[in-house]
Write a protein that binds this ligand. Structure first.
Ligand code: AMP
Length: 140
């Protein structure tokens, strides 16, 4: 599959569609998932285009996972979670729906299961409130 520069995450990176941004540096960008599978579900993407992990430039993994760690720590603290699940899908058969490499960060609480993947759009006030908590934890 070739990379489509008009995929949703490429548009978010270019600022063409809105998002609840959490963090940005030279190589990576983090924002809230609009169909969260759990409270505080967020995504980290590299700025360099690739459809997924398999066609990515491996030199970007250090910066990508440094940001995943930073945002995962903040999301866990902000959501008062007990743990963090990471997910990353490659190809339609694997459940991927947006074809720009991304890592899902899911703060987990004991006894609370994940909702459906790409299931239901959350109210923007709730996404915004959780984003504010995660941004505060990132700044702490
Ligand atoms: P995947 O199925 O791994 O490709 O995940 C794509 C994720 O992107 C899903 O969890 C969607 O809920 C999420 N998503 C889709 N569109 C947007 C958007 N405009 N802003 C934030 N998250 C999105």
């Amino acid at each position: 599959m070739t990379y489509d520069p008009n995929n949703i995450f490429a548009k978010i990176l270019r600022g063409e569609i809105p998002c609840e941004k959490l963090y940005e540096d030279e190589h990576t960008f983090a924002f809230m998932d609009i169909m969260p599978q759990v409270e505080g579900h967020c995504l980290v993407i590299p700025k360099k285009p690739s459809t997924g992990l398999l066609d990515a430039d491996p030199t970007l993994f250090a910066s990508l996972f440094a940001t995943v760690q930073k945002v995962a720590r903040a999301a866990k603290a902000a959501m008062h979670a007990d743990g963090v699940t990471l997910m990353q899908f490659n190809g339609t058969a694997a459940g991927q729906t947006v074809f720009h490499l991304h890592v899902h960060i899911l703060p987990r609480k004991e006894g609370i299961s994940l909702k459906a993947h790409s299931g239901k759009m959350e109210k923007s006030e709730i996404i915004k409130a959780n984003a504010e908590k995660i941004r505060a934890a990132l700044a702490a």
